[in-house]
Design a protein around this ligand. Structure first.
Ligand code: 13P
Length: 222
């Protein structure tokens, strides 16, 4: 039997997921209910329900799922629960996952383009590129495999013909990164209108990564 303190904590975490969903739309990185968010919780995850408008989403509609199983009968987690679960299983460093269809990231994803090192801030996503995972139907195991592979040594990836995933040690960090990725996508898209942008070297991105340790939103913030 959980204590009143545990129940209050549980509700706060569910509310933080709903708050982040509303922020996604307010920040223009998602439209309607096409995104989804998960947060590691005990031996499982809290994940947004499928197809529920963020404005009316209630804490009790956030689904708790164990990481070693599929949804229970009656549960209606996001249709993308597989990649949320599989990323959390594969990446002990990750506690929160933000998936959205931000306009510029999705334009590049439709074109099957990764984001190259056009700006030093790409280092925030863990390397000199933000990969674009091959297309697979939403909600499938195949998409989940592609997403986990594209996120190897990275905190963000694009999904071809689909959208973007950003992960972090905290929900605040994953949200911060989601906005950064969309900014980078927009900058790269803008450069492509002018010509072929010059790129920073892999060595310089490594240099930036070292200098950046601890930069941005703190890992401990939820
Ligand atoms: P939900 O099932 O989370 O509403 O999903 C929509 C979506 O983003 C599919 O990729």
């Amino acid at each position: 039997m959980s204590s009143a303190k545990d129940r209050a904590e549980d509700k706060t975490r569910r509310q933080s997921v709903i708050g982040a969903c509303r922020d996604m739309n307010r920040l223009g990185i998602n439209q309607g209910t096409s995104g989804n968010i998960s947060l590691r919780h005990e031996d499982g995850m809290l994940i947004t329900p499928t197809s529920v408008p963020y404005d009316t989403m209630r804490p009790e509609q956030i689904v708790f799922m164990k990481l070693d199983s599929a949804p229970e009968a009656g549960q209606r987690p996001s249709s993308e629960w597989r990649f949320h679960r599989d990323i959390l299983k594969a990446r002990p460093d990750v506690n929160a996952i933000v998936h959205a269809h931000p306009p510029y990231s999705t334009i590049l994803a439709i074109m099957g383009r990764e984001i190259p090192p056009v700006h030093y801030m790409i280092a925030c996503a863990g390397g000199d590129t933000i990969r674009c995972a091959p297309y697979a139907t939403f909600g499938t195991e195949e998409l989940s495999r592609h997403a986990v592979a594209a996120l190897r040594d990275r905190s963000a990836c694009l999904l071809a013909h689909h959208g973007m995933i950003a992960v972090g040690a905290s929900l605040a960090k994953a949200m911060w990164l989601a906005v950064e990725v969309e900014t980078l996508a927009r900058q790269y898209h803008g450069c492509l209108q002018i010509g072929t942008p010059p790129l920073l070297s892999k060595a310089e991105i490594e240099n930036v990564r070292t200098r950046m340790a601890g930069y941005g939103v703190g890992d401990s913030e939820s």
